[in-house]
Design a protein around this ligand. Structure first.
Ligand code: CA
Length: 228
């Protein structure tokens, strides 16, 4: 498995890649945040990212936010600053773990293994059990074990469709259920949100298309649903 190491200091990166390669991982090293984003877009075999917070072109938090727009790859932050606030910020914007410098490369490699095992375990579990997991308290929907980054309307539409899988909802019904002032919006708006929603679902599973269009009628969804 290949790990992306984003670190501007060669000495630190050497220590990390040595520790990971000793454990049998392949590594790919970049020094800039933008290069990390490009690498992830072009190489789907990258299984995890080790991301330094202090990078020359943009900080690691920004890089993480960019990555989360298109990928749920596990991310471990590395930082020279060890304030608790950074830890919270890091985890809130979607990091999976966090290590403060100086750190033990062996411990880092051990955490990489744990996170990879966990993320793969999740995927298998969800593939076997349920396609969608609705976490209403956190206003979050997972699809095959990956949390979807949805806008408010995308979230509400998906949640509505999932309440009754296979049931066809007309555009008007969707508008009535979701928009506070439906008469002021065009029902074209529903199609637009469905389109972006489909794109996001396809990013997780390109081989499945759970939202069905019923011409002249509306939309329905297929799949198994679980609520937490
Ligand atoms: Ca740095």
């Amino acid at each position: 498995m290949k790990i992306l190491c984003v670190e501007d200091e060669a000495a630190i990166s050497d220590t990390i890649t040595y520790a990971l390669e000793t454990e049998g991982f392949q590594t790919h090293w970049v020094q800039l945040g933008q290069h990390a984003i490009d690498a992830l877009k072009n190489d789907s075999s990258l299984a995890l990212v080790i991301l330094d917070v202090g990078l020359p072109d943009m900080n690691g938090f920004e890089v993480c936010k960019h990555i989360r727009q298109f990928s749920q790859v596990p991310i471990i932050f590395l930082t020279a600053r060890n304030e608790e606030i950074d830890r919270i910020v890091g985890l809130e914007i979607g990091a999976d773990d966090y290590m403060s410098k100086p750190f033990s490369p062996r411990e880092l490699a051990a955490r990489v293994k744990v996170i990879l095992k966990r993320s793969q375990g999740n995927k298998q579990q969800f593939q076997g059990e349920t396609d969608f997991l609705i976490d209403e308290k956190r206003a979050l929907i997972q699809y095959y074990g990956q949390a979807l980054e949805l806008t408010r309307y995308e979230y509400l539409i998906l949640k509505l469709l999932l309440q009754n899988t296979e049931r066809v909802y007309s555009r008007e019904q969707i508008m009535q259920c979701i928009w506070q002032e439906p008469e002021t919006s065009l029902d074209r708006v529903v199609d637009t949100h469905i389109k972006t929603l489909r794109t996001k679902l396809r990013q997780v599973r390109a081989d499945v298309d759970p939202i069905k269009t019923h011409r002249g009628l509306g939309y329905s969804i297929t799949g198994s649903v679980c609520e937490s």
